[in-house]
Design a protein around this ligand. Structure first.
Ligand code: NI
Ligand code: MN
Length: 226
């Protein structure tokens, strides 16, 4: 499994010759190295309905024919936009040909903001456990710190965890460092920071706060082979 980071919450996973793109917020994301027209994933995984996560999903999926896996209400709505979707919900796992996806709890909100200033309810926000080729990746989505992270850590051997650290909308530095203690991943990568003024923070401080586990600060475009 090859995993790469592309700014904000965008993570790309290459497994079984398939490309899986998570939360492809490219347009309006000044930190990303990705270009919408270049992305031809086989699968798009979404954590929740906020625009900084759904991002360019509709355009990319229409151009590439990618399957979009999302929390159920978001999947239904994206289906209405003409995409091929697979809806899931928290606690449920499904074995796809690219790997097994399990949706986990995230303590956050989930709506999509339309251009005409409507908020569309998109069900529960979630985190994602993706297991493929014997490795497990955890993308926490947007979330606060919550005690059940200990349960997620005990029930899964997480090889790499992507945790939000930007504060304001999600965990900040101290809470995210505590989340690492609960999840006990082999490697943690901080995400969801420095994209907007409200979430400017220093990932080096996060790395210093995590004294018992390994943290790698990935720059947009960096990749890791697990
Ligand atoms: Ni959000
Ligand atoms: Mn977000």
């Amino acid at each position: 499994m090859k995993v790469s980071y592309h700014g904000h919450s965008i993570v790309k996973v290459k497994t079984n010759n398939q490309v899986i793109l998570i939360d492809p917020f490219i347009t309006g994301n000044e930190l990303t190295d990705l270009v919408v027209a270049d992305e031809k994933p086989d699968v798009i995984l979404l954590t929740h309905g906020h625009n900084d996560h759904v991002g360019d999903t509709i355009e990319i999926a229409k151009a590439s024919g990618a399957l979009v896996v999302a929390p159920n209400e978001l999947a239904i709505w994206l289906g209405w936009q003409g995409l091929t979707t697979h809806g899931m919900n928290i606690g449920g796992a499904y074995e796809f040909d690219f790997g097994t996806v399990k949706y986990t709890k995230a303590f956050h909100s989930s709506s999509y903001t339309t251009e005409d200033e409507q908020l569309i309810y998109m069900g529960m926000p979630a985190g994602i456990l993706l297991t493929a080729e014997g490795k497990t990746m955890y993308h926490a989505g947007d979330t606060s710190l919550f005690g059940d992270m200990e349960l997620i850590g005990k029930r899964n051997k997480i090889d790499i965890a992507f945790l939000p650290i930007g504060d304001n909308f999600t965990m900040g530095l101290e809470d995210a460092a505590y989340a690492v203690e609960l999840l006990t991943p082999k490697l943690t990568v901080p995400v969801h920071y420095n994209t907007f003024p409200a979430i400017v923070t220093d990932p080096e401080v996060f790395k210093k706060l995590v004294t018992t586990h390994e943290v790698e600060i990935m720059k947009p475009g960096d990749s890791i082979e697990l």
